[in-house]
Design a protein around this ligand. Structure first.
Ligand code: ATP
Ligand code: MG
Length: 132
């Protein structure tokens, strides 16, 4: 999957297309400097899709900031919007699916919102699951 493009390129194209189609500004803070195993790429893209669909359906945000960083501790993806935020915790099929995608590659995921202050989805994958 996406064998001819880097992970950074795949993410950038996906986000640029989504921003254009949905008239929401996407700020890309960081993109990963190297590739990861295909199963991790799959988990990232599936989670991104679910998180962005929640931004559209629930947040009313006009800006989403996305960062995917790869460091000594592993990979970290954050999707942060400036919308309505959460009153209580986010519970539903979509959040469970995002958790499942990250759990499937040995990682964890959380959804945190501040009432009136936006929502952030954070997923991490430990370095040991990233190969090399
Ligand atoms: N970015 C967000 N901004 C505001 N509220 C959110 C956001 N993401 C999730 N939520 C809240 O968390 C709930 C659970 O999200 P989840 O994706 O699990 O379910 P859903 O979007 O309602 O349905 P679906 O199963 O189709 O994804 C949402 O119904 C919404 O109330
Ligand atoms: Mg959802």
């Amino acid at each position: 999957m996406h064998a001819d493009r880097t992970l950074a390129r795949v993410l950038e194209e996906h986000l640029t297309g989504w921003a254009r189609d949905n008239d929401v500004t996407v700020e890309i803070w960081a993109l990963p400097a190297r590739d990861v195993p295909a199963e991790v790429t799959g988990a990232l893209l599936a989670t991104l899709e679910e998180a962005l669909s929640n931004v559209l359906r629930h947040s009313g945000a006009d800006v989403v900031s996305v960062a995917v960083t790869l460091g000594q501790a592993g990979l970290r993806m954050t999707v942060s919007d400036n919308g309505a935020g959460l009153y209580g915790s986010a519970v539903g099929r979509g959040v469970a699916a995002m958790r499942g995608h990250f759990a499937g590659v040995g990682g964890t995921l959380s959804v945190k919102g501040v009432p009136g202050g936006g929502t952030t989805v954070t997923g991490t994958v430990p370095i040991g699951r990233l190969g090399r």
